[in-house]
Design a protein around this ligand. Structure first.
Ligand code: PEP
Ligand code: MN
Length: 269
């Protein structure tokens, strides 16, 4: 009896912690309806609340896969209706405003390459005043510049929630053993800054650029105080995504990462 009670307590704690941890997961890019819906259903079972997936992809090489565009947003909405997950996707340009409203996007992602695109920030603030925004830090932004972007949103009418995201900055090691350098000090600083009141998430995927250290970088971010994570996953272990293939982890791995992150949070709280 005593033992059962203990299990019950642990399970209850596990689920309440899961709700507290902000988990955004999904493929880098939406590639097909089957890929997205299958991933969404599996993430839902893990207790994830936000499904991410790029429909408009800002690729370094213009010949690389650029995303499915509107069709991708349509699949995201279908995934939301089927699973109840909130949907997160990147807006690249203010001309996409109509589509983001039409497909009921819950969280607008502003990518690292657009963090200081002030006209875009103004337009998003004006057109989506109550939507949640996931603001990725540019790979060259100082704290002052990052806060400036948040102020642009606020001063131009945005009143909704802003989720701050550290996704790695440019450094000399990049390309040798990582893609960008995860700046855990930035996470720690924001979390200790009494004037800063946004949730902070760690994106280990874009910093790592390789699947095998995504787990380690997540724990580093959570240990530094992050409220959650943004992680790219793939359909199954043999699937090769059309973008950011090297950094995509399996959903089984994500499950393990979530469980360990909850343990870390519990120790630190
Ligand atoms: C992404 O999240 O897929 C992405 C392109 O991220 P970032 O803007 O951080 O490069
Ligand atoms: Mn990506």
């Amino acid at each position: 009896m005593q033992y059962d009670k203990k299990i019950y307590k642990t399970t209850k704690l596990f689920y309440s912690m899961k709700r507290e941890l902000l988990i955004i997961a999904g493929p880098c890019a939406i590639e097909s309806k089957h890929q997205l819906i299958t991933i969404a259903k599996r993430l839902k079972k893990l207790g994830v609340t936000y499904l991410r997936g790029g429909a408009f992809k800002p690729r370094t090489d213009p010949t690389s896969f650029q995303g499915l565009g509107e069709k991708g947003l349509k699949y995201l909405l279908e995934a939301k209706e089927k699973t109840g997950l909130k949907i997160v996707t990147e807006i690249l340009d203010s001309s996409q405003t109509f589509l983001f409203k039409k497909y009921k996007i819950d969280v607008l992602q502003i990518g690292a390459r657009n963090m200081d695109n002030y006209e875009l920030l103004k337009s998003i603030a004006k057109n989506f005043p109550t939507s949640t925004i996931l603001l990725k830090r540019s790979f060259s932004a100082r704290k002052k510049e990052y806060l400036g972007s948040i102020n642009y949103l606020k001063m131009h009418g945005h009143k909704g929630k802003i989720i701050a995201c550290e996704r790695g900055i440019r450094c000399f090691s990049n390309g040798e053993y990582d893609r960008f350098t995860l700046d855990v000090s930035f996470i720690a600083d924001l979390k200790r800054d009494k004037k800063f009141n946004c949730d902070v998430v760690v994106d280990p995927s874009h910093a790592a650029g390789r699947a095998d250290i995504v787990e380690d970088l997540t724990y580093a971010g959570i240990s530094a105080g992050a409220d959650g994570m943004v992680i790219e996953v793939k359909l199954n272990k043999n699937y090769v995504p059309l973008s950011d293939a090297e950094q995509a982890i399996t959903i089984e791995k994500l499950n393990e990462i979530i469980k360990n992150s909850i343990k870390i949070k519990k120790i630190l709280n």
